[in-house]
Design a protein around this ligand. Structure first.
Ligand code: F6P
Length: 324
């Protein structure tokens, strides 16, 4: 391989820029050329490439979002779309790809590899932490810190006005963000898709904590929670079934995806970029780079996509005990 292409795809996450920087600089270190590909698979099919050298990634390690832009592509899901992308790569002399993104990105990369035998390596970039084969995806740590800061602020209002707040956090179908920020933010209850304890138990628990002397409460709700009601219906339900609380809802939304990456995410991104490029140079392909037991490990893309990233049950127990 003499030239490597790097792109970001799917939802942006803090640390993607740091990963691009690492890929580019690792290529420079090994005297390999590097091209940035704009707008994920869209730019790949259009040949929207830019030559990158060690200096073209200066000043981005601390920036949220992605300088390469991101997109979700429908056309790349078609065989014709993927053929276009392959032709662009061959014409540009690119011999390997580093794909930074989530499971949708990896699915595209894997199919592309199967069809054309093109060397690909994945770096998990998503705030959701829903990828198997890594304890942390890029952006997860930063997003959690952002949410905890928001919860701390909301708590000021909750305690000043004796209010109960339902705070919705991102995470798509998994509760990793919710569970961690719930513990770190001192939530009374945490509702996650992996555990449905039902509405009655929620109301009972809130009543109990009211009786025990708490004058305000925070309930963290994962956006993918399956309690059967959306967060606004949940508010109505609790309003109707509980006295003494002024109930409010706060949906944090996309503020959770932005901002400067944490130290953890910057270091992780730097490590992942090095591992991804060096693995390609060693002739490996169709893997995802991940963090397991503080080591960089490779997991086949297929497993990364299909495997489940499991909730840590010990955290559930800790959260129960902490809300006593
Ligand atoms: O995957 C990251 C994520 O932010 C999820 O937490 C959320 O469900 C989704 O993306 C939102 O997607 P969009 O930005 O397309 O609305």
């Amino acid at each position: 391989i003499k030239k490597i292409g790097v792109f970001t795809s799917g939802g942006d996450s803090p640390g993607m820029n740091a990963a691009v920087r690492s890929v580019v600089r690792t290529c420079a270190y090994h005297n390999i050329e590097c091209v940035g590909i704009y707008r994920g698979y869209e730019g790949l099919m259009e040949g929207d490439f830019v030559k990158m050298d060690a200096r073209s990634v200066r000043g981005i390690i601390n920036k949220g979002g992605t300088i390469l832009k991101s997109a979700r592509s429908k056309e790349f899901r078609t065989k014709e779309g993927r053929k276009k992308a392959y032709d662009q790569l061959v014409a540009a002399g690119v011999g390997g790809l580093v794909a930074i993104g989530g499971d949708g990105t990896f699915t595209g990369a894997m199919i592309f590899n199967q069809e054309f035998g093109f060397p690909v390596m994945g770096i998990p970039g998503t705030i959701d932490n829903d990828i198997f084969g890594t304890s942390h995806t890029l952006g997860f740590d930063t997003a959690q810190n952002t949410v905890v800061e928001a919860i701390d602020k909301i708590r000021d209002t909750a305690s000043s006005h004796n209010r109960l707040f339902f705070i919705e956090v991102m995470g798509r179908d998994v509760g990793h963000i919710a569970l961690n920020v719930g513990i770190a933010g001192g939530a009374e209850e945490i509702l996650i898709p992996e555990e449905d304890l039902g509405l009655d138990r929620l109301v009972e628990s809130l009543k109990r904590s009211r009786k025990s002397g708490k004058s305000s409460s925070i309930v963290v709700v994962a956006e993918g929670d399956k309690i059967g009601k959306n967060i606004f219906e949940l508010k109505e339900y609790v309003d109707e079934n509980m006295e003494g609380y002024d109930v409010r809802v706060s949906v944090l939304g996309h503020m959770q995806r932005g901002g400067a990456p944490s130290c953890f995410d910057r270091v992780l991104a730097s490590r992942m970029g090095v591992k991804a490029v060096e693995s390609l140079l060693e002739g490996k392909s169709n893997f995802m780079v991940g963090l397991l037991n503080n080591k960089m490990e490779l997991t086949p893309l297929d497993n990364a996509i299909k495997g489940k990233s499991k909730i840590n049950l010990e955290l559930l127990r800790v959260s129960d005990i902490m809300s006593t």
